[in-house]
Design a protein around this ligand. Structure first.
Ligand code: ZN
Length: 152
């Protein structure tokens, strides 16, 4: 039951106001067992039971953390800035293409703009046809020349 010299009837204490819903200066009206029991809010003048500080410094902010800790926002990921140009171009073309994804095979026939699924290089977009039986395909990491069956 230690009573510090800082608290006592008539002293000011910062505690939680149940009406203002935030930490405010209160005047202690009565003490119980060395702790404040009843306090009067200096802002709204209401008398209520003593409630410890909640770290709330904004009206209506009960239960939330204080402003200083919410101000630090996590920076958004900036993966695009780290990508190489070919990957950006690949991504643009993959997003732009509405062609169905075709499994790559040397016996297949491809057209410019086709989307290709390659077992090694992954997904790509056919850039152009190379006479007589090759296609140039933009994959995520590189531009590749692949064989296809060509046109009859
Ligand atoms: Zn108040």
């Amino acid at each position: 039951m230690n009573t510090t010299s800082m608290v006592g009837v008539g002293k000011e204490i910062v505690c939680f106001c149940t009406r203002c819903k935030m930490d405010l200066g209160h005047t202690i009206m009565s003490m119980v067992g060395g702790s404040p029991s009843r306090v009067v809010c200096r802002t709204c003048k209401s008398e209520h039971n003593y409630k410890p500080k909640r770290g709330v410094t904004e009206p209506g902010g009960a239960g939330t953390v204080s402003r200083s800790s919410t101000a630090t926002r996590a920076p958004r990921e900036r993966t695009v800035e780290k990508t190489v140009p070919v990957e950006v171009e690949w991504m643009n073309q993959m997003n732009a293409s509405t062609k169905p994804m075709k499994e790559y095979g040397a016996d297949q026939v491809f057209m410019a703009g086709d989307r290709v699924k390659h077992p090694t290089f992954g997904d790509g977009v056919v850039q152009k046809l190379l006479y007589p039986n090759k296609i140039e395909v933009l994959f995520r990491m590189d531009l590749k020349t692949l064989i296809h069956s060509g046109k009859a």
